[in-house]
Design a protein around this ligand. Structure first.
Ligand code: SAT
Ligand code: MN
Length: 602
């Protein structure tokens, strides 16, 4: 078995040990080449995992349909196994590490029988970046290898860069061994959710994932390594691993600012990251759409790196209106998962902005017609596409040292209370705003507010340690650099509704108006009014040229709803309670200041 293309002793002996445990039919060391990608696609066409799409309309594109049970991340089966339960915190599921290792060893015993074990070296971050991390994913899924080739820097160059150095072991199996003669299925997985495991050992560090082939559970470089493990490593090494997009905004005069933004899942991160501004002459470039690794540079400013090389975006809702640049990004070399297949072998999904086909094959492989009452695409259907294909990919997107941040945004889907944009008064106030991030599950019934889930920093499912310690770590940044060099912090909300359930703000490209105000604030040029909750734009400070928005709507978007905020404060206070007195005093002080400001307000 050891025709290993490496002399790395730890790597060779780990691969040997895992092969003994999983008993695969054979072992394939991935070189990351085009030829390898093509032959994996050929293989998946044979096994039925992939369907080839229309070569004229979608060159080099494939469709995969998952098992109906394997369509999303499984948070209830995701574990942080630190030695101490308190270090994982109430925000994570925890099991004692030795006990979890015993469970996993049982599950992985013989789990790759009849399958090929792929050994895939990958790097999160450009190979020349000082904070890049090398992982080796062992997997029995060719679908995972193909997706990882798009999402990460993978293959021979990584192995060469690794040399005899250290790496993060990432163990993955779909959990579906084949008996001799047993036929394979298009999407092998462990359908019993209680037997799926997405496990992180932050102190080793290592990752073990069993039973799922879905992106966030199986592409281990992404949420598992680049967020859960990286957040722990980053704290030790003095940087930040965040669930943030990174964009560059350029003014008509050529002035440039980089902005990072954290929104919970399904709040439009990919849309904002590559937005087409409605403001004439303004330009957005995309550096990344999901993850930012941020460190303090030699000049004391914060620099952000996108550790990924692709987009794993939600397809439904992606249209020429919501995200024209994404539509162009996925015209070729893209893997689609759980979208609908049209009769001319193209893809379709709900809110794609084009009429539904007369008939289609839905995401479960069944006949579908527009009136049939079922969705054609799964709501979490995805595309996997190379970032380099984005028409507005930033020229500096692969810079090893990253791009300097002028501002950090937090946000969520909030139909009431939270104004369009709010500027934090200090770093500490900004961290407080980030800790209060939340999003509504669905649009509310008339006049009623949807169910709100608090998702601090949009990191609730991704923070690999106690979230209260994470707050404290964020608060320590002014001790690590000159406070004036830190990015300014803003809270934005594109999702406000009127009392009669209309959107108050048009969103999409019009959000450039808010980004413009933010950049002008950073430059000390734009006007703001001081309020009990922070600095809000004066109505004339927002550039609204060419936008037809009723002035009453604008007033509502930029007003402070004192009663709503009083509820907000108590809801945030209640969310802190989960952390059993571990929440930093600075945040409790911020809470008290806000309470007092609101009580003093008329
Ligand atoms: O499902 S993934 O974790 O891959 C993507 C996301 O939820 O942001
Ligand atoms: Mn995400």
């Amino acid at each position: 078995m050891t025709n290993a293309p490496t002399t790395n002793k730890k790597l060779i002996s780990w691969v040997e040990e895992m092969a003994r445990l999983c008993q695969p039919k054979n072992i394939h060391w991935c070189d990351g080449s085009k030829e390898e990608y093509n032959s994996l696609c050929e293989l998946m066409l044979k096994t039925g995992t992939f369907t080839k799409l229309n070569e004229k309309k979608r060159p080099n594109c494939y469709l995969a349909r998952s098992h109906p049970s394997d369509v999303a991340r499984v948070e209830e089966r995701t574990f942080i196994c630190s030695a101490n339960q308190d270090d994982a915190g109430p925000n994570n599921h925890w099991k004692e590490p030795a006990e979890m290792h015993r469970t996993l060893n049982g599950l992985f015993q013989g789990c790759m029988a009849g399958r090929t074990m792929y050994v895939l070296p990958f790097s999160m971050g450009p190979l020349e970046s000082p904070i890049r991390k090398i992982g080796i994913e062992i997997t029995d899924s060719p679908y995972v290898v193909a997706n990882m080739q798009i999402m990460t820097r993978a293959g021979k160059a990584v192995l060469d860069a690794l040399g005899d150095g250290d790496f993060i072991p990432c163990m993955h199996s779909v959990g579906a061994p084949l008996r001799p003669g047993q036929a394979d299925v298009p999407w092998p997985c462990e359908p019993d959710v209680s037997r799926k495991y997405i496990v992180h050992f932050p102190e080793e560090p290592s990752i073990w994932s069993y039973g799922s082939g879905y992106g966030g559970n199986a592409l281990l470089g992404k949420k598992c390594l680049a967020l859960r493990i990286a957040s722990v490593v980053a704290r030790r090494e003095g940087w930040l691993a965040e669930h943030m997009l990174i964009l560059r905004l350029t003014s008509p005069e050529g002035k440039t600012h980089f902005i990072a933004a954290a929104f919970p899942s399904a709040c439009g991160k990919t849309n904002l990251a590559m937005m087409l501004p409605s403001l004439p002459g303004w330009k957005v470039n995309c550096v990344g759409d999901d993850i930012a690794w941020i460190c303090i540079g030699a000049d004391g400013r914060m620099y952000a790196v996108n550790p990924e090389t692709g987009f794993f975006g939600v397809a439904p809702g992606t249209s020429v209106k919501s995200n024209p640049n994404a539509i162009h990004t996925i015209e070729r070399n893209t893997i689609f998962t759980n979208v609908a297949l049209t009769p001319d072998m193209d893809v379709w999904w709900e809110d794609m902005g084009v009429p539904a086909p007369e008939k289609a094959i839905d995401w479960q492989g069944n006949e579908w017609t527009p009136g049939c009452g079922r969705k054609a695409a799964h709501p979490n259907a995805r595309f996997t596409a190379p970032a380099s294909q984005c028409p507005v990919i930033d020229p500096d997107w692969q810079k090893p040292e990253g791009v300097p941040l002028s501002a950090i945004l937090f946000g969520g889907r909030r139909s009431s209370t939270i104004p369009l944009v709010n500027e934090a008064l200090s770093w500490e106030h900004g961290v407080f705003l980030g800790s209060g991030c939340g999003s509504e599950t669905t649009a509310a019934a008339l006049g009623k507010v949807g169910a709100l889930r608090r998702d601090p920093f949009a990191m609730l499912p991704f923070c690999g340690y106690n979230m209260a310690d994470y707050f404290a770590y964020w608060l320590s940044m002014p001790q690590r650099t000159d406070r004036s060099k830190l990015p300014r912090i803003y809270f934005v909300n594109w999702f406000r509704k009127s009392s009669d359930d209309r959107w108050l703000w048009p969103g999409y490209g019009e959000n450039s108006r808010v980004l413009k105000w933010i950049c002008e604030r950073v430059e000390g040029k734009a006007k703001a009014v001081s309020t009990p909750i922070g600095n809000l734009p004066t109505p004339d400070a927002l550039d609204l040229t060419g936008l037809n928005i009723p002035s009453t709507d604008l007033q509502e978007l930029l007003a402070v709803d004192i009663e709503g905020w009083k509820n907000e404060v108590e809801d945030i206070a209640a969310s802190y309670k989960k952390f059993n007195n571990r929440v930093p005093a600075t945040l409790l002080e911020q809470l008290d200041i806000l309470r007092k400001n609101l009580n003093d307000a008329k």
